[in-house]
Design a protein around this ligand. Structure first.
Ligand SMILES: Cc1cc2nc3c(=O)[nH]c(=O)nc-3n(C[C@H](O)[C@H](O)[C@H](O)COP(=O)(O)O)c2cc1C
Length: 249
């Protein structure tokens, strides 16, 4: 942060401006040392001051507030929200493991490590399957489950084998193609030999998004269902096939 006459940040006020930038969370202070076991350390551990204390010291912000009050308020509210989110993320990152566990308990209750764990995997070309997977995640969480949501390309089949329950939601793209964030997953399972009972302890259910005017209707979902079955997974429900052409979809 440098002095700027145009912005009204005079040299003589720089100490105060910098202090306010840190205290309002606008400029978080942290240290990062990858050699350490716990490399990230957040020095400014609390937002102590209103953002307006900091912004009002600068012409560029106060001018906007004078000339376009509503727009200034909207922008400041959004900035405040971003700062708060960023601060919370950094705060968690700066915690030691045992502190993080305490933090989680405080925010999510003592039961934070209880509740069944499950996995939702998705493959989506234009976002509909991802959106549905996100809704499923929220619904499962509402029912007290601990849910991990991940695109198929971002997960290893071995990780799926470590789960007791996996839900797959996947659309079909192109002419029976896999969606862009599931292609690597299918390459992985097709190019490797896995034990036939790899998923023997994993229950699964698959739902597809497709359109029955295509020749390869819901092919990706059918393939995913087959992959889980061929590796010994326990199907808890017949595959569901969503069709764009259904009136009540
Ligand atoms: C270019 C294109 C190609 C598609 N190809 C197929 C297909 O081969 N088989 C099928 O069942 N659905 C097909 N669909 C329908 C999509 O799977 C469906 O619209 C789905 O809801 C898209 O979900 P997504 O946004 O998660 O990718 C296709 C859709 C588009 C736009």
């Amino acid at each position: 942060m440098a002095p700027c006459i145009d912005w009204g940040m005079e040299m003589e006020n720089m100490m105060k401006i910098q202090k306010y930038a840190v205290e309002s969370g606008y400029w978080p202070l942290y240290r990062y040392d990858p050699r350490k076991e716990h490399p990230f350390l957040l020095d400014s551990k609390k937002i102590r001051r209103d953002l307006e204390d900091f912004t009002s010291l600068q012409n560029r912000f106060s001018k906007l507030t004078r000339e376009r009050k509503d727009q200034a308020k909207d922008l400041q509210d959004r900035l405040k929200k971003d700062i708060k989110n960023d601060f919370e993320q950094k705060y968690r990152l700066g915690l030691e493991d045992h502190e993080l566990l305490e933090w989680l308990k405080k925010h999510f209750g003592e039961n934070v490590m209880k509740g069944d764990k499950c996995l939702v995997v998705y493959g989506s070309e234009t976002g509909h399957a991802e959106e549905l997977a996100t809704i499923l995640k929220s619904e499962l969480q509402r029912r007290g489950q601990r849910v991990r949501l991940v695109a198929l390309d971002d997960i290893d089949i071995q990780e799926i084998a470590d789960e007791k329950m996996v839900y797959g939601i996947i659309s079909t793209a192109g002419q029976g193609d896999y969606p862009k964030n599931a292609k690597e997953f299918f390459k992985q399972v097709n190019n490797n030999e896995y034990p036939k009972d790899l998923l023997k302890d994993t229950k699964f259910a698959v739902f597809g998004l497709g359109d029955n005017s295509y020749v390869y209707y819901n092919k990706a979902a059918k393939d995913l269902d087959k992959v889980f079955e061929s590796l010994g997974g326990q199907r808890i429900k017949e595959i569901g096939l969503g069709n764009d052409k259904d009136e009540d979809k």
